[in-house]
Design a protein around this ligand. Structure first.
Ligand code: INS
Ligand code: FE2
Ligand code: FE2
Length: 307
């Protein structure tokens, strides 16, 4: 497979140097040493460009339309309560990674690989740059496991209720949210209790008190917490808010954060670089890295978890 890379430029927007190595028609990102963020995704476009004319543009836009219409306060409360019961199955973290093999995320303009590839690419890229932070490697591996909600044994939630960027419900939807215009069709959009800057919240109330649109982030957070993980609070924060781009990229909703959120945000920003820019066609040898990740799972999680 060929990775399309813009050969004109050897720096990306954030000024990181791009290193490329060619082997036949396969161009690899060189990940040893400090991680170098590529300039373009596997389709030859800049990352998170929701307007770029690509084979995925229309389906991604359609995804966000359904997502923005369906995520109401009422829907989130009901679904969170239901899935928060964790009474659907019992399995280990690694079993869940394997289950994700079959899913492709319809919200993602940058990736059309099975999810397990993305998990390992993220974790391995972090591991190279932060060799001593083993909790962050494991966070990389598990951050998207909540996408298992798409699975038939979980009642097959539709993609709009599992993937995509997340945002608070119960207060005004910020304009920086991808395809914001579709919120006009969300019933909460015209509800005066939910459509002001603070809505049902107060200044500095802390993200823990904010109801986020329902999806894989909050679900995986609940799974990890209820199964008594020993991951540090920054790991749980990353899992819970990694899709909250309006906050960690556009700095909207900062008025809802408390001091602990602000501290954890530093790690989320580190994490995001690897989550977003490690998406590539470079395959990881699963069998080779599996023993390492099994040892981390063993350190931070029980053998079987409730899902
Ligand atoms: O399309 C992607 C994908 O669903 C990711 O897992 C999520 O974290 C991102 O926020 C989203 O943009
Ligand atoms: Fe995600
Ligand atoms: Fe991810």
């Amino acid at each position: 497979m060929t990775i399309l890379i813009d050969f004109q430029s050897d720096h990306n927007d954030s000024g990181d140097e791009i290193v490329e190595k060619s082997q036949g028609n396969v161009t690899e990102l060189v990940l040893d040493g400090a991680f170098v963020a590529p300039h373009t995704n596997s389709f030859g476009h800049t990352f998170r460009d929701y307007d770029a004319e690509s084979e995925r543009r229309t389906s991604v836009e359609h995804f966000y339309r359904t997502n923005h219409i369906g995520q109401t306060v009422d829907f989130v409360r009901r679904t969170r309560e239901e899935y928060g019961k964790l009474n659907r199955t019992e399995m280990s973290i690694w079993e869940c990674c394997e289950l994700l093999n079959e899913f492709i995320d319809e919200s993602d303009p940058d990736l059309d690989e099975p999810q397990i590839e993305h998990l390992l690419q993220t974790a391995e890229a972090i591991r190279k740059d932060y060799p001593d932070e083993d909790w962050l490697h494991l966070t990389g591996l598990i951050h998207d496991l909540g996408k298992v909600l798409l699975h038939t044994s979980f009642g097959e939630l539709p993609q709009w209720a599992v993937v995509g960027d997340t945002y608070p419900v119960g207060c005004a939807f910020d304009e920086s949210i991808v395809h914001h215009k579709y919120f006009k069709e969300n019933p909460d959009y015209n509800n005066p209790s939910y459509n002001s800057k603070y809505g049902m919240y107060t200044e500095g109330c802390g993200l823990d008190n904010v109801l986020m649109s329902w999806g894989h982030d909050d679900y995986m957070y609940l799974v990890a917490k209820e199964n008594q993980t020993t991951l540090p609070s920054a790991g749980l924060f990353i899992i819970r808010y990694h899709s909250f781009y309006a906050l960690h990229k556009s700095e909207a909703y900062k008025h809802l954060m408390n001091d602990e959120d602000k501290e954890n945000m530093e790690w989320l920003k580190v994490f995001n670089k690897y989550d977003l820019y490690s998406k590539s066609k470079v395959r990881i040898n699963v069998e080779e890295v599996k023993p390492y990740y099994l040892s981390l799972i063993n350190k931070y999680f029980p053998v079987k978890l409730k899902w």
